[in-house]
Design a protein around this ligand. Sequence first.
Ligand code: G4P
Length: 281
Amino acid sequence: MQFQWYPGHMTKAKRQMQEDIKLIDLIIELVDARIPFSSRNPDIDELGKQKSRLILMNKADLADTQRTKAWSDYFRGKGYFVAGLDARSRSGMKQIQNEIMEACREKIERDRRRGIKNRPVRAMVVGIPNVGKSTFINTFAGKACAKTGNKPGVTKGKQWIRLNKSVELLDTPGILWPKFEDQAVGLKLALIGSMKDEILNVDELALELINYLRKEYPGALSERYQADETVEASAILEDIAEKRKCLKKGGGLDYSKAAALALEEFRNGKIGRLTIELPEE
Ligand code: G4P
């Protein structure tokens, strides 16, 4: 799902989020593990400041394991609970369940002191478009889930998914608006494919990618394309066009085709597990 945002959309999304946050104990925020900073919207910190917080670095299967660890440490240092995730796979869900309970430990203990027993933790999933919110909800809830109906005191129409006796999840995720007024953020979102390609210059985007990889992941392009990495990015793109036989109809190399190919292969992990930003930047 790709999104065009207008001020009206953002205001509406924000208002909805404010309402939903009143109903929950825990915010489960999904970010893209390849760009954990640029795929966040820090406005959620203000909106959810009274709530327990868990950041899930999703699409960790596409990201650099070492850098995912560095980002986990960074977020933990800021007081968030954190876990890496491939939302398509059920295998990490037990750990997520544990993180949820840890993140809400204080609330659970407060309940216990007040004599409230077995009140489930209520959570909602939030994140910018395309980070994997729906995939996560589907995998996490699995087949075993039963939707609970409306409850007294809960806004009409809200559906809760009862995951087990200790956790309930709001069935619709909260959509956060990306911070793409920041150009560097916009560029990273474009690189991972979270913006419409029609509004972007694919050639320039591929050159940015090539430059980044040449510097931060030396060897990745030569391994995938047998490209000489010592030359300029445009020459590397030309090399890719030749090696992959990206040709125009009338003859000659088709750079845009090569650019689209390199971006596509980056996005689906064929160039390797790559994370294109670091916490200290
Ligand atoms: P959203 O609700 O936040 O907008 O995201 P959604 O779940 O629709 O997921 C967006 C895309 O990301 C989907 O791919 C989904 O399969 C993929 N995805 C979600 N989680 C992961 C993950 O952990 N790893 C990887 N590699 N991909 C993930 P799509 O191309 O839109 O659809 P499809 O490929 O499922 O057909």
